[in-house]
Design a protein. Structure first.
Length: 263
């Protein structure tokens, strides 16, 4: 499967309890790879390990042939891994434009707030600022956010805020984009729109997407491959339709039987 993005035998324990237990998977370039499982199965912990927030007790995380375990989160971001969160992590009292510009900060040599000190147009900081603003304008166009570009994020409806967060992650120019419950709190129409955005991002930005999601309709509709976790272990992997029918997966979701009913 190559070295684009790979997790090998990843494990971590908290207080003696194995939150992630020997999990391995390969992700092909430019695919949508989804991680499902009941609450507490270790999905978000895996994202925290990939981003360097936690360090695994064993295992490797390989990005383009390089083991990124042990690197700090900002270094991992610079190498091309971006993430959105379950709870939106935006600056409410800043505009849409400014929030997405913050996603460019790791690519800025002169610092994120240098724009405030640019008194002459010919300075290196000014030139750099122009380039980054052009990148952000492309993302604003791509996500249809032109009408709200100068509004404060706190004034936006929930679905739009989620798009701004997606835009900020895209501004990092990621090779791998981690989406943690992107449809949480959205209505059906917003979820359908989000599914289209995610597929468009994969096509237009040529990015590999790792998705944690509870909405099985979305999982079945957009995933190339799916793994299911339970109690920190991988219990199934394959095409969405295969994983959906796997007996251990059905058993793991017992009590949530209707989760696959409409999928």
């Amino acid at each position: 499967m190559g070295d684009h993005f790979r997790v090998e035998n990843l494990s971590i324990s908290f207080g003696g309890l194995k939150a992630v237990d020997g999990v391995s998977f390969d992700v092909e370039p430019n695919t949508i790879f989804s991680i499902i499982g009941p609450n507490g199965s270790g999905k978000t912990t895996i994202f925290n390990l990939i981003c360097g927030i936690y360090h695994p007790h064993s295992g490797r995380i390989i990005l383009e042939g390089r083991n990124i375990v042990g690197l700090k989160p900002d270094r991992i971001a610079r190498l091309g891994i971006a993430r959105t969160f379950q709870n939106i992590e935006l600056f409410g009292n800043a505009t849409v434009m400014d929030n997405i510009m913050l996603g460019r900060h790791i690519h800025m040599k002169t610092g994120v707030f240098s724009g405030a000190f640019m008194w002459w147009r010919g300075s290196r900081a000014a030139q750099e600022e122009i380039v980054h603003r052009e990148e952000v304008e492309k993302i604003i166009d791509f996500l249809d956010l032109q009408s709200v570009r100068d509004q404060f994020v706190s004034s936006l409806p929930y679905g739009k805020r989620k798009l701004v967060e997606l835009g900020r992650a895209l501004a990092l120019k990621p090779k791998v984009l981690l989406l943690d419950e992107p449809s949480a709190g959205m209505n059906t129409e917003e979820k359908e729109d989000l599914s289209i955005w995610i597929k468009d991002i994969r096509e237009d930005y040529k990015v590999t997407i790792l998705l944690i999601e509870h909405d099985m309709n979305m999982i079945m509709g957009i995933s190339d491959r799916v793994i299911c976790l339970n109690y920190g272990r991988k219990i199934a992997e394959g095409l969405p339709q295969e994983v959906q029918k796997h007996p251990e997966v059905i058993e793991a979701y017992l009590g949530e039987e209707d989760i696959f009913r409409h999928a």
